[in-house]
Ligand binder design. Structure first.
Ligand code: NAD
Length: 289
């Protein structure tokens, strides 16, 4: 069994992107510029945006975080988005989700110019991705592809079982792995799937993205399977300094001995997702989408 080290892969890719940024600027182009909009005081969102800012510095991007108060109206947020859409200096921008309840996430996503939608959530980008056209790929599925690529994990003809059908993880993941080049036979499972255990047990590659701590147990996994654990659930712990620990969707201790590869939580999928945002921003600067 080999642990998939997301931190190590992310560090390697960060270096590669930094080199590309240097070359891009040496050719006379402006520094790629990413803006993040953060509405309200959600603790996890603040942490994620902080990580994104740090990563921008590391790869050599210019970055700004627009911090808006919780009471920001939908109209005010849409006006900020319109300004960023029109600003020629801004290559790409993201609106950190979740948004306060009084703002429609869908309206916000659709207000972003698809050419600057480096989160890849706009329906135009989703449509381009599904059609196999150049697109900004959503960060988590694209990060998982990077991990599979880095570890040279065979996917062609393999049965991949994706658990969870969200628009940001499960559904695009299932689509991407079914495309030419990855060539998996994909089963997309969700909360209404029948005989889930049997279906998961038939998977050569299992991608758990349902957000239920330690849901996938050893009896659901066949010998030698590849396990990608996307889930992050914060639970109380008396063994850590913070009083909290993170659990994945996979019961790591009992599943790990059975599989060929597995991502830990934390340190697996999490670190690599930010890299995809950096890749998308560089693509945006180069006007590749
Ligand atoms: P979501 O809640 O939007 O979607 C969960 C999906 O799981 C739904 O489609 C639902 O049908 C399915 N599901 C729920 N219960 C199920 C069950 N018992 N059996 C089968 N399917 C079931 O969640 P999401 O945004 O896709 O995130 C999933 C998890 O991944 C969460 O824990 C989230 O925190 C984590 N996540 C991690 C990263 C990362 O960078 N590592 C990124 C995004 C999300």
């Amino acid at each position: 069994m080999q642990i998939i080290d997301g931190k190590e892969v992310a560090a390697k890719l960060r270096k590669e992107i930094a080199t590309e940024v240097e070359q891009w600027m040496a050719a006379g182009h402006p520094r790629p510029y990413l803006v993040a909009i953060l509405v309200g005081n959600d603790g996890a969102s603040q942490t994620y945006v902080g990580h994104k800012e740090k990563c921008c510095n590391e790869v050599g991007f210019r970055s700004t975080v627009l911090r808006l108060p919780e009471e920001t109206t939908e109209a005010q947020l849409l006006a900020e988005i319109a300004q960023l859409n029109a600003d020629p200096e801004v290559d790409g921008f993201i609106v950190q989700l979740p948004l306060p309840k009084h703002i429609s996430e869908q309206k916000v996503i659709e207000a972003i110019d698809p050419r600057k939608d480096v989160d890849g959530f706009h329906p135009v980008n989703t449509g381009r991705m599904i059609s196999g056209l150049p697109a900004y790929l959503p960060a988590t599925p694209d990060g998982i592809l990077e991990l599979l690529r880095h570890y040279k994990i065979e996917t062609a003809g393999k049965h991949c079982v994706v658990i969870g059908r969200s628009n940001i993880v499960g559904r695009p993941m299932a689509n991407l792995l079914s495309q030419k080049g990855w060539d998996c036979t994909v089963t997309l499972c969700h909360s209404r799937t029948q005989n889930l255990k049997e279906v998961v047990r038939s998977g050569d590659i299992i991608i758990a993205a349902l957000g239920k701590a330690e849901f996938v147990t050893a009896d659901m996994v066949k010998e030698g399977a590849v396990i990608i654990d996307v889930g992050i659930t914060r639970v109380k712990s008396d063994k850590t300094k913070t009083g909290w620990k993170l659990l994945g969707d996979v019961k790591f201790d009992e599943v790990a001995p059975k599989c060929s590869y597995i991502t830990p939580v934390p340190g697996g999928v999490g670190p690599i997702t930010i890299i995809s945002l950096m890749k998308n921003t560089l693509k945006a600067a180069r006007k590749e989408v």
